[in-house]
Every structure is written in C-alpha cells, then in structure tokens.
Design a protein. Structure first.
Length: 341
C-alpha cells in the first residue's frame, strides 16, 4: 500500500474519518470537536458526518467521559477527546471506577468499547497545567488499555484498532509530534495493540523509549554509532498490554538497557519497565538498567527552563554510555533523576 507524506495529527484525522465511514456506531465527542479541536485532529468530521455523530460538549471532562461510558454500554463506539492529559484528572472517576470496571463487575455482561484520546508532553511553552505526561497513572488500572504511538503511521493504525477494541482504550498522543511530516499509508490498516516494535537493530545496548523519546533515542543511537556503539531501539507502542518478550530478548543479547520517557522519572513507567527487565534478564546484565526521565518538579513556563527540563537525546546518549562503560568505572556512580553527562 502506497505511503504518502503526512503529519501525525492528520494521520489521526484520517483514521477517525475511516473508522466513522466503516461503522455508523462510531461517534466523536469533546470540547470544540465539531470545529476541529485545538489541534485540528477532528477537522472536517462534522461536515462529513453531521453534528449527531460529532458532538461538542460542555467544558466538563467528567461529564464527557461519563456520557461516553453510557454510550459505549448502549452499543455505540464513542471516541472522546480530552484536550490535555492534565485534565484527565477531572474524568478519573468515570474512567477508573466506571469504564475500567464495568466488564468485570457485570460478570462479562457489559463492555465499554470507548476510546479516550488525549495528548501530553512539554515543549509548547504552555506551563505546568498543560504540559504533563501522566500515562503511568493509567497503567496502574486493570481494565484499561493504554496506547502511546510515536509515529504518524503507528498513530493511524493503532487508533483504528483502539476504536474496534471491546475494552476502553486510553490513546495518548504527544503534541510535539503533531506537525512533524513523515510517511504513512494513505489508507491506514489496523495495527495490533500489544505488539512492540524494534525500530533499530543493535548489539551493544538496548534503548526502550516511549512516544516522543523514540525519535530522541534514534538521534542518540546515531551519535553512539559514530563512536562504534550499536544501540538497539525499541518502541513498546502500547504500555498496557505490554509486549515485553522481544524487549527482554534484546536485553539478554546486549547485556545493557536504558529506558526513556518524557514523564517525571520518579514513579514513571520506566520504573515498571526496568523492574520487568531486571526480572527477565538479570543473569545477562553487565550494568544496572539506566532510566531517563524528567526531574521531579512541575514543567517550567520559561522557555530556557523548559528546554533544560525536557529529557532528550543528550540524556539518552549519556545513559547509554554509562551502561556501556560501566565495567571501566572505578567507583560506584550515584543514581540521579537525570542521566549523568
């Protein structure tokens, strides 16, 4: 199938329209979605499908999510847009206590086939209340699936699968990726949820990166390659369910691992990855698993401070070098919230 150059947000828009054409049960609801939403992910949908299937809602994330839970249980397939992942806090009761529990508590009689689309990440100079990465909160909730695509092609394919899924799916996008141009299929095909992706082969260290950090990991890998270090880069693509086996196999081959995400390092999903990889590959590790994440503080508004706050290729490179050079270090290196330079 032919690829065309597009943007991440346009790929989301294409997948939504494709799903709505294929299934009249698919509806879209959220704040200003009929006008395209804040990033135009729903642009043109109300013109094609009408205001009965593309519904603007009041500014109440809890109400929007509650409507979606009820609509899903009644037989529709709602796709909710929450403008910023920061505001998911206002919908947690409906998402955590209703959507995630209905199938279990009804003995399998109810299903909640809804998707909650949201976006997070820093770099937009939007301040501490519009720039967080809170995905780890939701990976702790049995009954929810969580998807974090890193490319336009993955975003389109995984969104189609999320809409078709019988369970509630939280679909976390990254605003810094929205307008990056890259190839993606003109007609996307569903991409299986729960399959990790080896983005780059390597033999010396395994880098596991989430969302925006996949691109940063690739930049770090290029720098490492110039120094004779071949890094293997993995993108889990979905955090729940997590496809751990291929990643663990890679770590057993390389003997070293770095996990990287944009979220605050403390309590981030990287800790879960590190723990699982430690259990799966302990006897093969030649160095402690390194973790890269943001420092434990709110996202700064100042451009200079926000740039310093955001983890990027430099921190991944430093963590990989630390892992590779571990046997040559004379004294123990203290563990910090940031990778050492």
């Amino acid at each position: 199938m032919a690829d065309a150059e597009t943007t991440y947000v346009k790929a989301i828009n294409t997948a939504l329209a494709q799903a709505m054409r294929a299934d009249e049960r698919v509806i879209v609801l959220g704040e200003d979605v009929a006008e395209g939403g804040p990033y135009l992910a729903t642009e043109g949908l109300s013109e094609e499908f009408g205001r009965r299937r593309v519904l603007n809602t009041p500014i109440s994330e809890g109400a929007v999510c509650g409507i979606a839970v009820g609509a899903a249980q009644a037989g529709l397939r709602p796709v909710v847009e929450i403008m910023f992942i920061d505001f998911i806090t206002l919908a947690l009761d409906q998402l955590v206590n209703q959507a995630a529990k209905a199938h279990f508590m009804s003995g399998g009689q109810l299903s909640v086939p809804m998707v909650l689309r949201t976006q997070g990440g820093s770099g937009g100079r939007a301040g501490a209340q519009h720039s967080q990465s809170l995905e780890a909160w939701l990976t702790h909730i049995p009954g929810l699936k969580l998807v974090m695509p890193a490319t336009a092609a993955d975003a389109a394919g995984l969104l189609l699968s999320a809409i078709a899924d019988p369970d509630p799916v939280v679909f976390v996008e990254n605003k810094s990726l929205y307008f990056r141009r890259e190839p993606a299929p003109e007609t996307p095909q569903p991409l299986a949820i729960g399959r990790s992706h080896r983005v780059r082969p390597g033999r010396d260290v395994t880098i596991v990166a989430l969302s925006r950090m996949v691109g940063e990991a690739m930049s770090a890998a290029e720098r490492l390659a110039a120094e004779g270090i071949e890094a293997e880069v993995f993108d889990p693509r979905t955090l729940v369910p997590l496809d751990l086996d291929p990643i663990a196999d890679s770590v057993r081959r390389t003997g070293r691992a770095v996990v990287a995400h944009e979220a605050v390092r403390t309590g981030g999903f990287g800790a879960e990855l590190a723990a699982e990889l430690q259990a799966s590959a302990f006897d093969y590790l030649d160095a402690p698993i390194q973790r890269v994440g943001a420092p434990f503080m709110p996202v700064p508004l100042s451009p200079t401070l926000e740039d310093a706050y955001r983890p990027a290729a430099e921190q991944i490179y430093a963590a990989a070098r630390l892992a590779v050079d571990w046997a040559d270090i004379d004294e123990p290196v203290p563990v910090s919230g940031r990778a050492l330079p």
